[in-house]
Design a binder for this molecule. Structure first.
Ligand code: FE
Ligand code: FE
Length: 417
């Protein structure tokens, strides 16, 4: 930076002295002639600057090249990150569907403290997931719930149900981490979070999963004056950055969410999470965009997806639905079908080829029927994308014509159902 400012100053001064020589030689020859001796120091000074600028010219060129080289590097890094997020030049292949394994578990809340059903183990949950039509992969919590199972036992259950693993979600949001995982005020607890995620990294390698999913749900605050925001954000980035640099062979996805369980979460929006990821500056950290988290945070999920794709950081996604005030995790498409359809349109428009993954919590519903119903909707949405008159839509969008755009999208989606 300082170097380029020096060069720029040198260039301006050189131009000034060149002009002064030319002017004194041509426009005002009489001015120099009578007192050549007196003008000698100025003439020498001018000559020195002209020679100097000739010498500086290659450096100047080199400095400009460096600048462009840096720009090219940034562009290349964005493109290589984009490939991590499955953005390709090719049209989409057959769509794969996945689900968080917790979709098939049973739940507690602060009212039904005895649970909404008998407890299930991860093995039982996998066996239920295996009964869903067209489910290819699951995201598995680590440590495994409902018993002390070995990797081999879990693998055996997955194999008999013909399921792969897309991600491992280390439980950095349980009792031990109620005051935060990466941002816990106790350095010992932060270290423990690091160790737990490091163990999850080995699970990702064992199961050949796509990524470690980071959901730091307890990293945040509840009250004004509770935390120092700068320290909290620094700890968030240090925690993720250290893991990503120690495990360059793996991808890490941050699933942002505005609130719950913390009233304010550190990674709370697409923009904040992207800012953090860019600050970390490593190619193996990306976003898992949960449609429900985006809309409960007041975002347009389609716009959030485009932003994350533009920065080469959309590594994964979840779908579900909610009434926008809370993370209800209802069936995908049950409340906001046209918005979720636009979200899928943006993914296809960018040739984003990741798994369409369910993150639903069927508290009172049958988990298999709920997953099947959601996947039927997702398939209809995929058919709707095939039927979409993309040229007409682009033409309508070029004029920001809301009604024409909506008509085209509604005809495609509802016609496919
Ligand atoms: Fe999710
Ligand atoms: Fe959620």
């Amino acid at each position: 930076m300082t170097f380029s400012i020096t060069i720029e100053c040198y260039r301006i001064l050189s131009i000034y002295f060149c002009l002064s020589v030319i002017l004194s030689e041509t426009t005002f020859p009489h001015y120099r002639s009578p007192g050549l001796e007196r003008e000698k120091p100025l003439f020498c000074c001018n000559a020195a600057f002209i020679l100097g600028s000739i010498a500086v010219f290659p450096l100047l060129k080199q400095s400009k090249c460096e600048k462009y080289r840096k720009q090219i590097k940034i562009t290349e890094s964005i493109h290589s990150s984009a490939s991590l997020g499955h953005v390709t030049e090719e049209p989409m292949s057959a769509q794969r569907f996945g689900a968080g394994i917790w979709h098939f578990a049973t739940y507690l809340d602060r009212y039904a403290t005895d649970g909404y059903g008998a407890p299930r183990s991860v093995i039982e949950a996998i066996d239920l997931a295996g009964q869903v039509k067209d489910l290819s992969v699951v995201d598995i919590n680590y440590p495994f719930f409902g018993g002390d199972f070995s990797n081999a036992q879990v693998k055996e259950a997955l194999d008999r149900n013909k399921l792969g693993v897309i991600g491992i979600t280390p439980e950095i949001y349980t009792r031990e981490f109620v005051k935060g995982s990466f941002t816990n005020p106790d350095a010992g607890v932060r270290r423990r979070a690091h160790e737990l995620v490091t163990e999850a990294c080995d699970q990702v390698r064992y199961f050949g999963a796509d990524y470690v999913k980071l959901w730091p749900g307890q990293d945040g605050w509840d009250y004004p004056f509770q935390v120092d925001y700068g320290t909290l954000w620094k700890h968030s980035l240090d925690g993720v950055g250290r893991l990503a640099s120690e495990n360059p062979d793996l991808k890490f996805v941050i699933e942002y969410k505005p609130r719950e369980p913390r009233v304010r979460m550190s990674f709370g929006s697409v923009a904040r999470t992207l800012l953090g990821i860019e600050k970390i500056g490593l190619p193996n950290v990306g976003i898992l965009l949960d449609f429900g988290h985006a809309i409960m945070g007041g975002e347009s999920a389609a716009d959030s997806a485009q932003l994350a794709i533009d920065y080469g950081r959309l590594f994964g996604m979840d779908v579900n639905d909610n009434y926008r005030s809370w993370d209800d995790d209802l069936v995908a498409g049950s409340l906001h079908p046209i918005e979720i359809f636009e979200f899928f349109y943006v993914l296809r428009k960018n040739n984003w080829e990741g798994v369409w993954q369910l993150d639903q919590f069927p508290f009172r519903e049958d988990s298999i029927a709920t997953a099947n119903h959601a996947i039927d909707f997702l398939k209809a949405a995929a058919k709707g994308l095939d039927a979409l008159d993309v040229d007409a839509l682009k033409e309508a969008q070029s004029r920001h014509d809301a009604i024409s755009g909506l008509k085209i999208a509604q005809k495609a989606l509802f016609g496919a159902m």
